[in-house]
Design a protein around this ligand. Structure first.
Ligand SMILES: Cc1cc2nc3c(=O)[nH]c(=O)nc-3n(C[C@H](O)[C@H](O)[C@H](O)COP(=O)(O)OP(=O)(O)OC[C@H]3O[C@@H](n4cnc5c(N)ncnc54)[C@H](O)[C@@H]3O)c2cc1C
Length: 394
C-alpha cells in the first residue's frame, strides 16, 4: 500500500487543482454571499466526469475509488466547501445502490448517476432522530406492488437538485421493526419539500426537509432486503466519512494558505508577523495538524478502496476505525485551524471582505454531519474494546 499518493494520483490532483482554481475559486465568495446553489459548478462537474469517479466501469464509470474522491473533495474545498458537498451527497446516496442494489437497479441508475443526469440526496435524519438513527419514525407499509411511506426527513442536503431521495423507513410487522432503504422519486405523489434552512456556513448548499404523506414507492425501488436499511446506512457512512475528512483538510488548507501569505507580508513591530513566535508557532501547529489529518484521511480512503475490491459490505474494524478517526481528527483540525487563521489576520480576519470568516463558518459543520464527532468517538471506543495495543496492524 503506497504510504501517500502515487504518481498517477498526483497527476490527477494537479488536474483537479487547476480546475478548482479556474472554475471554483472565482465563484466561491458570491455563492456564500448570496446563499445560492452553484448550478454552474454542477454543470462543470459533469463536464469533467466527476460523478463517474467511483462508478464501476461496467456501468460507464471510471472506477477510481475513494482516494480519488478525497483528492477532489480536498482540492475543491480549498476554495468552496459548498461546491464539494455536491459530490459528497451524490456519492453518499449512490453508495447504497453500489453496495446493496440489485443488478437491475445498478444497470438502471448507475450510468445516469455517473453522468449527473440523475442527482440524488441522502435523507436519513429526522426531527427526532439524528445521532440515534435507529430511532427513526418514518414508516413503510407493504401494499400490492410496493410500499406506502409516511414520515418527515430533515437537513437533507441538496434536496433542491435531487431527482431521487435515498431514504429509510421502518416496516412494522409482528412486533418487529425493520429499517428498510428506499429510493423515492422526487415527483412522487405525496412527497413535499419543506422550508429551506438558513445556515451559518455551507451557504451554497441547500438544506431542506421533506414530508412523505402516503407516498407509494414501487417494490423495484427498495434497496436491499427488508430490514437491511440500518446496515446499509452504516456501511455507506463508513465509506464516505473520509470524504468529509478530505473536505475538512481542504477547508483547513485553504485557510492556512491565505493566513500564511498574509503573515509573510503584514508588518508589525518592524517585521512580518510570521517572524513573531506567537504567530509563527501558530502556523507551525496549523500545518502540522493539517498534514497529520491528510495522512489519516488518505490512509482511511486507501483501506476502504482495498476492502471494496475484496467485495466486503461491512468493513474490517480497522477500516471502520480509520474512517471514524480521519473524519473526527480532520474536522477538529479544520475548526481549530480556521479559527487560528482568522486570528492571524487580526481585525481583518473578522471582516467579510476577507475570506477567512467563511472558512471558519464552513469548517464547523464537518464536526457535525455524517455522524457527529461524539459519535465517531463511540465508534472508535467500541472497536478499542478488542484492541491489543496502540499499533493497528499494517
Ligand atoms: C448542514 C447540514 C447538512 C446535513 N445534511 C444531511 C443529509 O444530507 N442527510 C442526512 O440524513 N442528514 C444530514 N444532516 C444531519 C446530520 O447528520 C445530523 O445533524 C447529525 O447526525 C446530528 O444529529 P442531530 O442534529 O439530530 O443532533 P443530536 O443527535 O440530537 O445530537 C445533539 C448533540 O448531542 C450529542 N450526542 C447525541 N447522542 C450522544 C451520545 N450518545 N453520546 C454523546 N453525545 C451525544 C451529539 O454529538 C450532538 O452534539 C445535515 C446536518 C447539517 C447541519
Amino acid at each position: 500500500m503506497p504510504l501517500f499518493l502515487t504518481s498517477e494520483e498526483i497527476a490527477f490532483q494537479n488536474k483537479i487543482r487547476e480546475f478548482a482554481k479556474k472554475i471554483v475559486q472565482p465563484r466561491a465568495k458570491k455563492i456564500d454571499q448570496n446563499g445560492e446553489f452553484p448550478y454552474d459548478i454542477l454543470e462543470e462537474f459533469k463536464k469533467i466526469d466527476i460523478f463517474k469517479i467511483n462508478i464501476p466501469k461496467k456501468y460507464g464509470g471510471l472506477e477510481l475509488g475513494f482516494v480519488y474522491l478525497c483528492i477532489i473533495m480536498e482540492e475543491i474545498s480549498k476554495f468552496c466547501a459548498s461546491s464539494s458537498l455536491i459530490l459528497q451527497v451524490q456519492e453518499t446516496a449512490s453508495q447504497v445502490i453500489k453496495i446493496a442494489g440489485s443488478e437491475e437497479q445498478k444497470e438502471r441508475f448507475l450510468p445516469k448517476i455517473g453522468t449527473g443526469d440523475i442527482m440524488l440526496a441522502f435523507a436519513l435524519t429526522e426531527p427526532k432522530s439524528g445521532s440515534d438513527a435507529q430511532s427513526i419514525r418514518s414508516s413503510a407499509k407493504k401494499v400490492d406492488g410496493g410500499y406506502i411511506l409516511n414520515g418527515t426527513k430533515c437537513f437533507v442536503s441538496n434536496g433542491n437538485v435531487a431527482d431521487y431521495f435515498v431514504t429509510f423507513a421502518k416496516i412494522k410487522e409482528e412486533g418487529n421493526e425493520k429499517i428498510t432503504c428506499f429510493l423515492v422519486p422526487k415527483k412522487s405523489k405525496g412527497l413535499r419539500m419543506g422550508v429551506i434552512r438558513d445556515k451559518m456556513g455551507l451557504r451554497g448548499s441547500i438544506t431542506t426537509e421533506f414530508f412523505m404523506k402516503d407516498v407509494f414507492v414501487d417494490e423495484s425501488l427498495r434497496i436491499g432486503k427488508e430490514g437491511m436499511g440500518f446496515l446499509i446506512a452504516l456501511s455507506t457512512l463508513d465509506r464516505t466519512r473520509p470524504m468529509i475528512g478530505a473536505q475538512a483538510v481542504g477547508i483547513a488548507g485553504g485557510a492556512f494558505d491565505y493566513a500564511l501569505k498574509y503573515s509573510q507580508k503584514r508588518i508589525q513591530f518592524g517585521k512580518p508577523i510570521l517572524h513573531h513566535e506567537g504567530v509563527g508557532f501558530m502556523l507551525a501547529d496549523m500545518i502540522t495538524k493539517i498534514e497529520a489529518a491528510r495522512l489519516l484521511v488518505y490512509k482511511a480512503a486507501r483501506l476502504i478502496d482495498k476492502e471494496t475490491k475484496e467485495g466486503k459490505l461491512r468493513f474490517s474494524k480497522k477500516a471502520t476505525m480509520y474512517s471514524a478517526m480521519s473524519k473526527m481528527f480532520a474536522s477538529e483540525t479544520a475548526t481549530e485551524v480556521t479559527s487560528s487563521a482568522v486570528q492571524i489576520l487580526g481585525g481583518y480576519g473578522y471582516m467579510r471582505d476577507f475570506i477567512l470568516e467563511r472558512y471558519m463558518r464552513d469548517a464547523k459543520v464537518t464536526q457535525i454531519y455524517e455522524g457527529t464527532n461524539q459519535i465517531q468517538r463511540y465508534v472508535i471506543m467500541n472497536i478499542m474494546k478488542d484492541l491489543k495495543n496502540h499499533l493497528l496492524e499494517e
